[in-house]
Design a protein around this ligand. Structure first.
Ligand code: FAD
Ligand code: NAD
Length: 478
């Protein structure tokens, strides 16, 4: 059988659909296989990110932030409003309209680029032959010169707290509560726990986060992590570290959760419980053993730096391969793979992938943390600058947090940038650009930053790397 497609992508999440669009732009004949269907049996495009991840969570984060602004902050600005109320159905309706707009947009883009959407569950066999089982159970076989696996991930479940999609939910259920729980438990104080805990906390829930590890946000720079922890505590999030959940039970419409901490057994009673303890790749049934594709012990598909598997013409991208489970990481892998298939030697810089927690203030980072540099024995310089000394942050009444820049002590090259503070994501993105261009701390010091802007904190942190920040007393003087 002749190859029907140049590129066949399995999975239409941000990794897969972006790969498909880029491949089509480069002149390839492309199809994407997607198994997710709506009530009308139409394919659901956009994957976790657009449907139950990045976008709906940010819609609720923005709505709940506006509520807090109106409730707690408007008066400081001299604006009098009567006590704001919450209309959960309206909030959820808005979130769903944004999701629909974006997923329909993806459908339009695929169509515009001539990408075929094939509905069904894809499974890779040998010689890049893909079996697609449709919603009706019928199977068809499709051959392609290149197959790109992009089947994404799903929440991890833990035996002490089985999901019942009512009282005990994963991240998807936590985007759909019909009312604000009075007391909300969250297992796992990672990215999802903090974002969705913040949503419901802002709307009035008393939120308790039970985190197994003793360190808060261990993957973040610890100075920034400690600062973030203080800010979240001030906001009312009750974060309990070193808490190992041992069981849960529904009694009289409440979730009773037991956990061990400091050798003692504790009991907490919640109205709802979110389990957010990480995600696992969707790879169990993705490739038959004769496909030649191999998995590591955690279920991730083995790939090289260019996302090529060990099988020629088979690639894997997004949440099913090593690296952070982030939409933008998967999308850029999709672009890289599409370009490599078209013969371009594109390479993604894995050292410059930003990560962000969209709380308020945001927590954002790129590159190395101070603890990583210490562990690697790299000689470094560090500069920090607090938002409390930034005019624009004071004007906005948004002064919590700081920017931190780490540079090589010998070459001055920027190795990492970290921030907890207002617009941290956008400020760190400036440093992603700087780092991609191999910038030194001095390069940033010599640039002109608009006044008054939050980005002046980046400028001042770069100046602080060499002890000459202007708007604070420097510890080291140069
Ligand atoms: P997915 O988005 O999971 O898409 C995979 C697609 O493949 C799905 O549509 C699935 O139905 C389909 N599929 C699976 N198996 C098959 C098969 N055999 N045949 C056919 N189709 C198949 N990341 C960020 O960068 N920023 C954020 O703000 C952010 N917020 C998040 C918030 C939440 C609540 C969650 C849960 C995640 C969030 N993420 C965020 C993570 C982000 O959603 C994922 O990293 C991203 O969606 C992964 O993209 P992907 O294309 O690899 O997989
Ligand atoms: P995570 O890895 O960020 O956090 C999980 C937390 O749960 C960790 O702190 C872990 O120590 C803890 N944990 C694990 N088992 C536990 C247990 N039994 N009891 C108590 N705590 C336990 O995972 P997540 O928050 O579920 O998010 C999953 C993925 O989705 C992440 O990899 C993240 O990259 C991605 N995501 C990204 C964003 C974003 O970019 N803003 C938002 C949401 C999700």
């Amino acid at each position: 059988m002749a190859n029907q497609y140049d590129v066949l992508v399995i999975g239409a999440g941000p990794a897969g659909y972006v790969c498909a669009i880029r491949a089509a732009q480069l002149g390839q004949k492309v199809a994407v296989v997607e198994m997710w269907a709506d009530e009308a049996n139409q394919p659901v495009l956009g994957g976790t990110c657009l449907n139950v991840g990045c976008i709906p969570s940010k819609a609720l984060l923005d709505s709940s932030h506006k509520f807090v602004e109106a409730k707690d902050h408007f008066a400081h600005h001299g604006i009098q409003v009567s006590a704001p109320g919450i209309d959960i159905p309206a909030m959820m309706g808005r979130k769903q309209r944004i999701v629909a707009q974006l997923t329909q947009g993806v459908a339009g883009l695929l169509k515009h680029n001539g990408v075929d959407v094939i509905q069904g569950r894809g499974r890779l066999h040998s010689n890049r032959k893909v079996e697609v089982i449709g919603l009706d159970g019928e199977s068809q076989h499709i051959e392609a010169s290149n197959v790109v696996l992009a089947s994404g991930s799903r929440p991890i479940n833990i035996p002490p707290a089985p999901i019942d999609n009512d009282m005990i939910v994963d991240s998807t259920g936590a985007l759909e509560f019909p009312e604000v729980p009075q007391r909300l438990g969250v297992i796992g104080a990672g990215v999802i726990g903090l974002e969705l805990g913040s949503v419901w906390g802002r709307l009035g829930a008393e939120v308790v986060l039970l985190e197994a590890l003793e360190t808060f946000l261990p993957m973040m720079d610890q100075q920034i992590g400690k600062e973030a922890q203080k800010i979240f505590k001030k906001q009312g999030l009750d974060i309990r570290l070193g808490a190992r959940v041992t069981g849960s039970e529904i009694i009289d419409g409440k979730v009773h959760v037991t956990y061990q901490s400091n050798g003692e057994e504790h009991l907490e009673v919640f109205d709802r419980l979110i389990v957010s303890v990480g995600r696992r790749p969707n790879t169990e049934d993705l490739a038959s053993t004769d496909s030649g594709v191999t998995l590591d012990e955690r279920g991730f598909i083995f790939v090289n730096d260019s996302c090529a598997t060990e099988v020629p013409g088979v690639w894997a991208i997004g949440d099913i391969v090593r690296g952070p489970m982030l939409a933008h990481k998967g999308s850029e892998e999709g672009v890289m793979v599409a370009e490599r298939i078209a013969g371009k030697p594109t390479q993604l810089n894995y050292d410059c992938i930003p990560s962000i927690i969209y709380t308020h203030p945001e927590v954002a980072a790129v590159g190395k943390t101070e603890q990583e540099l210490k562990a690697e024995g790299v000689e470094y310089k560090s500069g920090t600058f607090p938002f409390a000394a930034i005019g624009r942050a004071l004007a906005a009444g948004d002064t919590d947090g700081m920017v931190k820049i780490l540079a090589d002590a010998n070459t001055d090259r920027i190795l990492g940038a970290h921030c907890v503070g207002p617009s941290a994501a956008d400020l760190v993105q400036q440093m992603v650009i700087a780092m991609e261009f191999g910038s030194s701390a001095e390069d940033i010091q010599l640039m002109v930053f608009g006044h008054p802007t939050l980005s002046e904190a980046v400028h001042e942190a770069a100046l602080a790397v060499d002890g000459h920040a202007i708007h604070m007393a420097n510890r080291k003087k140069r």
